[in-house]
Structure formats: structure tokens, C-alpha cells
Design a protein around this ligand. Structure first.
Ligand code: NDP
Ligand code: GDR
Length: 327
């Protein structure tokens, strides 16, 4: 039985990846932080097969202990402070967790491997936010990185540290440069879920207005369930490498609003949507669009869920969830 350790198991991707690996017959271990994590029960009910181990990406000694117990063949580092807007207000914490946390877990992984570095493979959850002020359209593996937030800067550190462990120690370490991916499990702080939840609540008469920031930013949005499959495929290759994972389509926040409101039968959403500088960012990433040809050619990966289907799926899920909650 292949054994895998996932950090960030309580997050959107952690749950999808755990389900995927369990379905492939893996023995899965998940790192969970805090003494009474509120998402403990969610993980237990979603993927009861997973063994949860307590630890934190900022605590190397705990990570060494967890690796010793899990004895993984594959380590997926998905844990991070992942909310870009929050990273300006918590820059040092973001650097510690999202940046230095990568060094902590990859070093703990190297120590666990000991003299046989080939006994473990490592995945780092890198991000299209590393492209920031984009230097090339579309963005590919070789595009110059120009991060625009403390989060993006921290991810660049983790990305290069992963490459450095591959080059210095011959570790099978891969960095997946994933573009935005969403799902009904997306945290409500992110724009697609904020839109889908609010649209559902407006339809049900539970809310009047949706207040957003920049409506003109463009993102390459895919479905999280498709993207965790790309992570797994990276670790099945003979050697570690870096891969862009994206749909190759970009859409604005306005277009996401068009689709979401259409799902509830509203063509003109302007009376329902307001803007507030509170949700604007000190520096914006205006346009992201990825070229995933390498992932397609080498990993045989293609996204299955398109933009309209994704947003519609999220609104329909929130209509069910919100009407259950309001009963
Ligand atoms: P989420 O925000 O949903 O999940 C983040 C996870 O990190 C949670 O499980 C959280 O645990 C955990 N975490 C936070 N702080 C620590 C810490 N100090 N020690 C250990 N774990 C911690 O993110 P996603 O699932 O969306 O993303 C997964 C990864 O992929 C992240 O690294 C993200 O930056 C990256 N990424 C995501 C993209 C996306 O579009 N979703 C795109 C590109 C990259 P807790 O529940 O305890 O807070
Ligand atoms: P992002 O996702 O920053 O791309 O990071 P988010 O959904 O937060 O923002 C996307 C775009 O929407 C604009 N926006 C708003 N965003 C939020 N959250 N709330 C609003 O009210 C709002 N109004 C407009 C933003 O300005 C931005 O342009 C996500 C995270 O998952 C990261 O961890 C990951 O690395 C990247 O995707 C790829």
C-alpha cells in the first residue's frame, strides 16, 4: 500500500486529494494543526479512512515526528496561509507558514529519507500568484516570476526551495504552479465562493446585496477536483519537475457574476452588486492565464470542468446548503 502524507488536509484541495488517494488504495495521513481544530469533524466525516496527526508547518520537530509515524512514500505540501488579501495584514506570519513552512517540511522529509533520498517524493503547492505582474501572456513554467503580495513572495520562496532540494539532494520534488481552482468546498473568503453563496442567499431572500472589490481582475479558473489529479500525476513521473496547471481560459469577476446570476434567472445584476474599497488590494494581479501544455504533454492531464459549469455547480450547491441552513 502506498503511503501519503498531506499537509493542509482540512482545506479545499486537501479533502479532494485525500479522496483521490483513498480511491487509489493509498494509506493516507493528514497533518492537522491546533489542539481543537474546528475542521477535525469535517475531515473525519468526508474521508474517514485518513489518519490525522497533529502538527504545524512552523514546527520542524513536530514535522519530523509526523513523518516518522506516517512513513510516507509521497508528501503533498498543501498547507499554507492561502488568502492573498490577508497576507498584507499578516506578512510575517504568511512568510513563516507559506514560505518558511516549505523549508521546514521539505527538510523534515529529507531527514526522514536519510541515506535513501529516493524513498520519498515531494509535492509543493506553488501558485500562479507568483507571476503577479505578468511578464508574459500566457504564463508558463519559464515565465519570470514577479509576485505582487506577501503571499506571492512567500510562494516564490517555497517554489525555489523545492527546486533547490531537487538540484542539491536529487530529491524527487515537484512544484505544481496551479492557477485558481474552485469548488463547492472553496473557502467563503475567496471571490467565486463569496459570489455563489451571496447569489444563493439573494435568491432565497436571505440577503439584499453583494459587496465586492475589483470587478475587472481576470483569472484562469478551474475545478479543484481536476487539479488534485495533476498533483498526483506529477509524483508518478520518473523525475520531479515543475508544471503549470491551468485551463488556458481567462474570465473577469464580471463574467463570474454574469454566470452566477444567470443561474438564478437574473440577467442584470447591477442592482444587487456594490463595491467597497475595503475589498481592493494594495497591489493587484490584473490578468492570469496559464499555458498547461507541459502538464498536458507529459502528465496526460486535461481539465474536465469548464468555467460556466464550475460557477453553476457552486451556485446550485449553495442554493441547497443555504436553504437547508435557513430551515
Ligand atoms: P485552503 O486555504 O483551503 O487550505 C489551507 C490549508 O493550510 C488548511 O488545511 C489550513 O489548516 C492549512 N494551514 C494553515 N496554516 C497552517 C500551519 N501553520 N500549519 C499547517 N497547516 C496550515 O487552501 P486550498 O486548499 O485552496 O489550497 C491548497 C494549497 O494550494 C495552498 O498552499 C494554496 O496556497 C495553494 N494554491 C491554491 C490555489 C487555489 O486556487 N485553491 C491555487 C494555487 C495554489 P486550518 O484548517 O487549520 O487553517
Ligand atoms: P486569489 O483569489 O487572490 O486569486 O488567490 P481570490 O478569489 O481571493 O481573488 C480573485 C480576484 O477577485 C478579486 N476580488 C475579490 N476577491 C475576494 N476574495 N473578495 C472580494 O470581495 C473581491 N472582489 C474582487 C481580487 O481582487 C482578485 O483579483 C487564490 C488563492 O486560492 C491563492 O491561495 C492561490 O494561490 C491563487 O488563487 C492562485
Amino acid at each position: 500500500m502506498t503511503r501519503a502524507l498531506i499537509t493542509g488536509i482540512t482545506g479545499q484541495d486537501g479533502l479532494y486529494l485525500a479522496e483521490l488517494l483513498v480511491s487509489k488504495g493509498y494509506e493516507v495521513f493528514g497533518l492537522i494543526r491546533g489542539q481543537n481544530n474546528p475542521k477535525y469533524d469535517l475531515v473525519r466525516t468526508t474521508v474517514p479512512e485518513v489518519t490525522l496527526l497533529t502538527g504545524d508547518l512552523t514546527d520542524v520537530s513536530g514535522l519530523v515526528r509526523v513523518l516518522g509515524i506516517a512513513q510516507p512514500d509521497e508528501v503533498y505540501n498543501l498547507g499554507a496561509i492561502s488568502y492573498v488579501a490577508y497576507s498584507w495584514e499578516n506578512a510575517a506570519l504568511t512568510s513563516d507558514v507559506t514560505g518558511k513552512g516549505v523549508l521546514n517540511i521539505i527538510e523534515a522529509t529529507r531527514l526522514y529519507a536519510g541515506d535513501d533520498i529516493s524513498k520519498v517524493r515531494f509535492y509543493q503547492a506553488s501558485s500562479s500568484e507568483m507571476f503577479g505582474k505578468v511578464q508574459e501572456v500566457p504564463q508558463r513554467e519559464s515565465t519570470l516570476l514577479w509576485p505582487r503580495s506577501p503571499y506571492g513572495v512567500a510562494k516564490v520562496f517555497g517554489h525555489y526551495m523545492t527546486i533547490n532540494y531537487r538540484e542539491s539532494y536529487g530529491m524527487h520534488a515537484s512544484s505544481g504552479i496551479l492557477f485558481n481552482h474552485e469548488s463547492p468546498r472553496r473557502g467563503p473568503e475567496f471571490v467565486t465562493r463569496k459570489i455563489s453563496q451571496s447569489v444563493a442567499r439573494i435568491k432565497l431572500g436571505l440577503q439584499d446585496q453583494l459587496v465586492l472589490g475589483n470587478l475587472d481582475a481576470k483569472r484562469d479558473w478551474g475545478f479543484a477536483g481536476d487539479y488534485v489529479d495533476a498533483m498526483w500525476r506529477m509524483l508518478q513521473q520518473p523525475v520531479g519537475d515543475d508544471y503549470v496547471v491551468a485551463t488556458g481560459e481567462t474570465h473577469s469577476i464580471r463574467e463570474a457574476l454574469d454566470v452566477a446570476f444567470r443561474t438564478i434567472g437574473v440577467d442584470d445584476w447591477s442592482p444587487y452588486v456594490g463595491q467597497d474599497p475595503r475589498f481592493m488590494r494594495p497591489a493587484e494581479v490584473d490578468l492570469l492565464i496559464g499555458d498547461a501544455s507541459k502538464a498536458h504533454d507529459v502528465l496526460g492531464w486535461t481539465p474536465r470542468v469548464g468555467f460556466e459549469e464550475l460557477i453553476t455547480m457552486m451556485v446550485e450547491n449553495d442554493l441547497r446548503e443555504q436553504s437547508d441552513l435557513s430551515r
